[in-house]
Design a binder for this molecule. Structure first.
Ligand code: DPP
Ligand code: ZN
Length: 873
């Protein structure tokens, strides 16, 4: 397979100023006529990308070409042209119903009732027509759709509507004009029977906009929360960044068949139903928050991605990291900022740190790729967002806004690079941000080691910081990066100490940020009147792993007193990890175990603490994060040790107190969506988990009642999970009931698969195999595949990593079948093998055999081959 390198970038040889697309739509057969208005930029033949297209005709300036007038092959149509401007017209045939890869034009749902839609990012447009399918070719689009009126009553494309009418034979047409030049990956169309909800909106700069959310009739009533989120997102972007929407209509469409979460096509966002539908009966609290976040994310792309797009796919994080950052800030403003930070960092640690520690590790801006679809990763998205957060922190609120204004102004209507972004932010503030470029080019999670020394006589505290990034694929030597470390010093009684940094400028405060940009740095604080406990990397000020040799009682001080909500939680996580290590080594009553359980027992009795924060504090790191801390992983041992950690906490608090708290929360449980009600449900769920750790049968009794009385999905699913994890037999009736009750609700059924896919232990594989035989399971639906196979492989360590390797062999078989249907989804599931090298020897050997065998095959897609090739190295 060919590898594409960032250093080989060359500007496009031809621009497409304007494109006219004409679709004659049908499920089995769609014809596409594309008329490209071309302008030469370099002395090269015209090369258009095209894959899987049946070429029917091609003409240049009205002259039909014969097969000897062009070269067709290897995914390109090459035409030698000797003028500088011309119009090339191609006519191609497509077969949407046969498209199981869900890239290009395809059918969602059944032949009788489903609808047609497109997915073009990253390189799907070349499956629709011949085109220079690269993000730095920006064109104005005019799109005409024609179809049978009865079968396809709704016709949508991006841009503003520009006429519609009747045709002969029961057919009709609709035209759309997009005045904003855009790259081909932002093209979209939708055609079929869809219902809608609508709302009028007026932008801050006075433009009336019609907002429409479309979905199949049976789910349209579940789109109201998405509409509400959309309106709040639009206002927020006006208020926070001064960005207004720029078309007369904005469409959002829900589909059950989608490879990604959602897609920001200009004026026509398309969503995986999972991130658009939300109703109290079938959506959990988490899902409401996800809908709010993803609706905002895709809307925010209209500026960070669409108006200013990426020069090439290496710059993907330019739009994704930035948009995730914008989305996270929005969610923090809508909900609780510290809780949002905890959630985001937990995700980074669960998804990005492991990715960056294995063979699939890559920089936020990769230097090379063979299949770009495999770079829609946690690194590009979540770590990319952390980099923007560091820059925003460096510039401050007003400075960051100034920089963003300049970035949008300079690059509007253009395709930009990470350098363009940094230079706009920097120049608007007279600050040189180029040192931060190194973060974009260097993979791996930096380790920041810190040590402190207090000199009581001199009343001086000396803090030493050292940084080091481990070697990774293709990068043996790592450089030092600028790492902002926000810090404070606490006295053991919880007082924050004034910080008088020697040689520091700035006023004396209780919190400050130092930036270490060398391998080592030393900071001296004067007039420190007691030996302090440092609170470092507050708010998670940089995406690094902090190593500081805290004594358990020092962490307990921070857990009790830190006013930075994130660091308070973090102190608890660190302390829990120390307690975990002790329990693993058989030290039941160690200082760490006592300090962790003791501090939490005290917080548990503190009425002032918010229910949601308490629930987070009472949750130790998950199995996946704990796995990352071990040199050689044995999932069974990790699970057992984590269970005893929970048991130690539960018995320290006391079963009766847990039960009491559970009952009082349960008594006031409603299905309401306000923050307090959600927090109560979350804490209740923690109570149930903790009760289960000391008294499974009591937990089951409570869970069964909770399942039966649940006012909504959050309580119902939490109860089902407890029932199923504490006793699979005892849960059979509830599992059957759930299956029956939600038989017609695809997203709820996904949860039914997901709960069972994650049940631990040796029976897990057999259970998953039985679930594959359920009438509703299909490899053709990405959500269903992720719910069962994806979660089993990624989120069920004891089940997937069976010592006999049976689950590895089973997954390999499924990957091959899945690859024949949908390469993108197969490749994503295959990333579950990323960590195989750090398994204990027996499992490692079993995984290796499977990975090597798969990687040696020559009949797999480029997507899957790329992942396997890198994982096997
Ligand atoms: N649709 C994906 C996202 O918004 C890729 N652009 O992140
Ligand atoms: Zn995005």
């Amino acid at each position: 397979t060919s590898v594409i390198h960032l250093v080989d970038y060359r500007a496009p040889a031809w621009h497409v100023e304007h494109v006219e697309l004409d679709f004659d739509l049908g499920i089995d057969r769609t014809d596409v006529v594309a008329k490209l208005d071309l302008r030469r930029m370099a002395n090269e033949p015209l090369r258009l990308n095209g894959e899987g297209l049946e070429l029917l005709s091609v003409s240049v300036d009205g002259r039909q070409l014969g097969p000897n007038d062009y070269i067709l092959g290897n995914g390109t149509l090459e035409i030698a042209i000797d003028v500088d401007r011309c119009v090339v017209e191609t006519r191609v045939g497509l077969r949407p119903a046969e498209n199981t890869a869900l890239e290009g034009l395809y059918l969602s749902g059944s032949r009788d009732t489903g609808f047609l839609l497109t997915q073009c990012e990253a390189e799907g447009f070349r499956h629709i027509t011949f085109f220079p399918d690269r993000p730095d070719v920006l064109s104005k689009y005019t799109v005409t759709l024609r179809a049978d009126r009865e079968r396809f009553p709704v016709l949508l494309a991006g841009g503003n509507p520009d006429g519609e009418g009747e045709l002969e034979g029961g057919r009709h047409w609709a035209r759309f004009v997009d005045p904003h030049p855009k790259p081909s990956y932002l093209f979209a169309l939708v055609a079929g029977r869809l219902a809608r909800i609508s709302q009028d909106y007026t932008t801050a700069d006075g433009r009336p906009v019609a907002l429409h959310i479309w979905a199949e009739a049976d789910v349209i009533d579940r789109c109201h929360y998405a509409m509400d989120s959309l309106v709040r997102s639009m206002r927020w972007d006006e208020e926070t960044y001064g960005r207004n929407y720029d078309l007369d209509v904005f469409h959002v469409v829900a589909t059950h068949d989608f490879n990604m979460g959602a897609m920001e096509n200009k004026g026509l966002n398309i969503f995986n139903a999972k991130y658009l539908l939300a109703d109290a009966d079938s959506g959990t609290d988490d899902e409401y928050r996800h809908v709010e976040a993803v609706v905002a994310h895709e809307y925010f792309h209209n500026w960070s991605g669409n108006r200013v797009t990426c020069r090439d796919w290496f710059q993907l994080s330019l739009k994704e990291g930035l948009t995730v950052f914008r989305e996270q800030s929005f969610s923090a403003d809508m909900n609780s900022a510290p809780l949002k930070r905890i959630e985001d960092v937990a995700l980074l640690r669960r998804a990005q740190f492991p990715e960056d520690a294995g063979p699939l590790s890559h920089p936020v801006r990769p230097a090379e790729y063979s299949e770009i679809n495999n770079f829609y990763t946690a690194t590009v998205y979540e770590k990319g967002s952390e980099l923007v957060r560091m820059l925003a922190g460096r510039l401050g609120k007003d400075g960051f806004r100034r920089g963003m204004d300049l970035y949008f102004e300079r690059n509007d209507g253009d395709a930009a690079t990470i350098e363009d972004f940094l230079s706009a932010l920097g120049e608007a503030n007279d600050i040189d941000l180029t040192p931060y470029l190194a973060w974009y080019g260097q993979a791996g999670t930096p380790r920041l080691s810190a040590s402190g020394q207090y000199d009581a006589d001199a009343r001086r505290y000396t803090l030493k910081l050292r940084q080091r990034t481990p070697a990774g694929p293709g990068q043996a030597e790592k450089r030092s990066l600028p790492i902002p470390v926000k810090l404070a010093l606490f006295a053991t009684d919880g007082r924050m100490l004034p910080l008088k940094l020697r040689d520091g400028t700035g006023p004396v405060d209780t919190e400050l940020t130092v930036v270490i940009d060398q391998a080592e740095a030393t900071y001296v604080f004067d007039d420190v009147d007691v030996a302090p406990v440092p609170s470092l990397l507050r708010g998670f000020s940089a995406p690094v792993i902090l190593e500081f040799d805290y004594a358990p009682d020092e962490l307990a001080v921070l857990l009790q007193h830190d006013v930075d909500g994130f660091n308070r939680w973090e102190a608890g996580q660190q302390l829990a990890a120390l307690a975990y290590d002790d329990l693993r080594d058989g030290k039941q009553d160690s200082a760490a175990v006592t300090a962790w359980t003791g501090a939490l027992a005290t917080l548990f009795g503190n009425e002032a603490i918010d229910d949601a924060l308490l629930a987070e504090l009472l949750t130790p790191p998950g199995e996946i994060e704990l796995v990352e801390r071990q040199a050689e992983r044995d999932p069974d041992r990790i699970r057992a040790t984590r269970k005893s950690l929970l048991a130690a906490l539960a018995s320290r608090i006391g079963a009766s107190k847990l039960r009491q708290r559970y009952q009082s929360l349960h008594a006031r449980t409603t299905g309401a969506l306000d923050a307090q009600s959600q927090a109560a449900r979350q804490l209740k769920r923690r109570m149930l988990d903790l009760i289960a750790a000391v008294d499974e049968s009591d937990a089951r009794t409570l869970a069964l009642a909770q399942y039966n009385e649940a006012p909504g999905m959050t309580d119902r699913l939490a109860a089902l999970t407890i029932l199923a994890t504490t006793s699979t037999d005892g849960a059979a009736a509830s599992i059957a009931h759930f299956r029956e009750r939600y038989a017609d609700n695809a997203l709820a059924l996904d949860k039914w698969f997901a709960v069972q896919a994650q049940l631990p232990g040796d029976d897990a594989l057999a259970r998953v195999q039985a679930l594959e035989r359920d009438a509703t399971f299909t490899l053709r639906n990405p959500n269903r595949v992720q719910a069962l196979i994806g979660l089993f492989a990624r989120a069920n360590p004891t089940g997937f990593h069976r010592a006999d390797g049976a689950a590895y062999r089973w997954l390999a078989e499924r990957l091959v079948t899945l690859d024949g249907l949908n390469p993108q989804v197969a490749a994503r599931v295959a990333t579950a093998f990323n960590g195989w090298k750090r398994l204990e020897p027996v499992r490692r050997e079993a995984a290796h055999a499977v990975v090597a065998e798969l990687a040696g095959r020559s009949d797999l897609s480029r997507d899957l081959t790329d992942i396997l090739g890198r994982v096997a190295l």
